[in-house]
Design a protein around this ligand. Structure first.
Ligand SMILES: Nc1nc2c(ncn2[C@@H]2O[C@H](COP(=O)(O)OP(=O)(O)OP(=O)(O)O)[C@@H](O)[C@H]2O)c(=O)[nH]1
Ligand SMILES: [Mg+2]
Length: 430
């Protein structure tokens, strides 16, 4: 793990993109890798790019490039080499052996940042599980790090027997962690059932898009917001008042990133269950990022992997305060023509979230069943309930009975259906 307290971890970045990748995209990926490295506490001392038709099976990059990398590492005093591409366990150790500097790939770096950021017990367990799964096929290399830092005779790395024992220990720990996480998920499930009647919304999106800021602003609560990657690792749910008596439960979730390690997606499945259960997903896009389309695409891929229904997604073009009026108009025009349902938002302007609130109110309204309710005039309690919790569309008096047509939450319909002296008929076509 990189030591954040020790700022002299000096990282050299390596990108080995395919031949046909545009220069713009290559730069964008390297810039993101640099941001990840600094987030993990390293100083970036250089970068090297080699376009490849196909990765070299043994060392990913070619022999000549490897020499160049070794030289550069020496000259710049690098203590760490970070590849943007996923390395196989064998490639990782081969490069390390040649250069004599520790090698990480993008996945390991992201796992490292998650380990730094994890705060709650659940997040810590999830990250540890992902790390162990990543580490298991790489045990030999991990041992070599140890022997290198301790040095000396007798530190030649483990024998096969030692590795076998370690693997068994890891497997046991993985099983334990899985069990603990299931327990936590079960208890959360119970909490969730209790609020099933409410309209549930989940915020998803690229890391740093502004998800937590939106929830903080909507709910007036103090969620952690910061201009850095993976500020949020834990889901947080808040009740949000949308005006006109409408309320939704909104959940903030961990941010996504391009090539999110699949170990992490699997480990965070429990946390991300909220995403599967939501009535609506808000896909928050930082519209001020020059590469927002690539970011949005990466998020779509993770959502598709998770089996989320694209029809249940509302695009939220966020941070529009940063766009000049020309860019704002261009985005508006384009999204009207090509995008599905969407809104434009900002937390930096008064009323900047009103378009989002309005769409949410409309969605909730559309979801409420319309019913015909017949109650005795004397039943003031039920009548008051209809006005308080629903939206009354018409009212007639019929002798000693009142007939209301109203849109009400499903939970209220259920209550009335079981109530004596009251008749309810659903009006919506089934
Ligand atoms: N200009 C501008 N900045 C914003 C807006 N919303 C959020 N930000 C900034 O964007 C940065 C990231 O915000 P967060 O809310 O932490 O983003 P997030 O999506 O929760 O990020 P992760 O938790 O890391 O996935 C912070 O510096 C915010 O102050 C906005 O509407 N306008
Ligand atoms: Mg956040």
């Amino acid at each position: 793990m990189i030591d954040v307290e020790q700022p002299n971890e000096r990282a050299l970045l390596v990108g080995a993109p395919p031949l046909d990748r545009s220069q713009e995209l290559v730069d964008e990926h390297l810039a993101e890798l640099a941001r990840l490295a600094t987030t993990a506490g390293a100083a970036v001392v250089g970068a090297l790019v080699q376009r490849l038709e196909a990765p070299h099976p043994a060392t990913y990059i070619g022999t000549g490039k490897l020499e160049e990398l070794a030289r550069m590492a020496r000259e710049r005093g690098a203590t760490l080499i970070v590849f943007d591409e996923d390395l196989s366990p064998a490639q990782g150790s081969a490069i390390e052996e040649r250069i004599g500097v520790r090698v990480m790939d993008r996945t390991e770096l992201i796992l490292d940042i998650f380990a730094l950021r994890a705060r709650t017990a659940e997040a810590k367990l999830q990250v540890e599980l992902a790390q162990l799964q990543y580490m298991r096929p790489r045990l030999k290399r991990m041992w070599t790090h140890l022997s290198r830092t301790q040095g000396g005779i007798g530190a030649r790395g483990p024998g096969e027997q030692q590795l076998e024992t370690d693997r068994r220990l890891i497997d046991r720990r993985i099983a334990r962690l899985g069990g603990r996480l299931e327990e936590i998920a079960r208890s959360r499930d119970t909490q969730r059932k209790a609020r099933r009647a409410a309209y549930q919304v989940a915020l998803v999106g690229y890391t740093n898009a502004g998800k937590s800021s939106i929830l903080r602003s909507l709910s007036g609560s103090d969620l952690f917001v910061e201009d850095r990657l993976f500020a949020t690792l834990d889901s947080a749910t808040r009740a949000v008042q949308l005006g006109e008596g409408y309320e939704a439960l909104v959940t903030d979730t961990v941010g996504f990133i391009r090539k999110l390690p699949h170990h992490l997606v699997a480990s965070f499945r429990a946390t991300l269950e909220e995403v599967g259960e939501a009535d609506l997903l808000l896909h928050v896009i930082d519209a001020s990022a020059p590469n927002w389309e690539h970011q949005a695409q990466a998020v779509d891929e993770v959502l598709a992997d998770m089996g989320a229904d694209p029809a249940g997604v509302l695009l939220v073009f966020h941070k529009v305060d940063r766009l000049g009026s020309t860019r704002r108009a261009a985005l508006r025009e384009r999204s009207a023509a090509f995008m599905g349902p969407h809104v434009m938002t900002t937390v930096e302007e008064a009323e900047g979230l009103e378009p989002l609130r309005a769409v949410l109110r409309q969605r909730i309204r559309a979801r409420r069943p319309t019913v015909r309710l017949v109650v005795p005039v004397a039943d003031g309690r039920t009548l008051a309930e209809a006005y308080r919790e629903g939206e009354v569309l018409s009212r007639e008096q019929n002798g000693t009975e009142i007939v209301l047509v109203a849109r009400v939450p499903e939970a209220v319909v259920g209550r009335w259906e079981g109530q004596e002296g009251v008749r309810v008929v659903r009006q919506d076509a089934a």
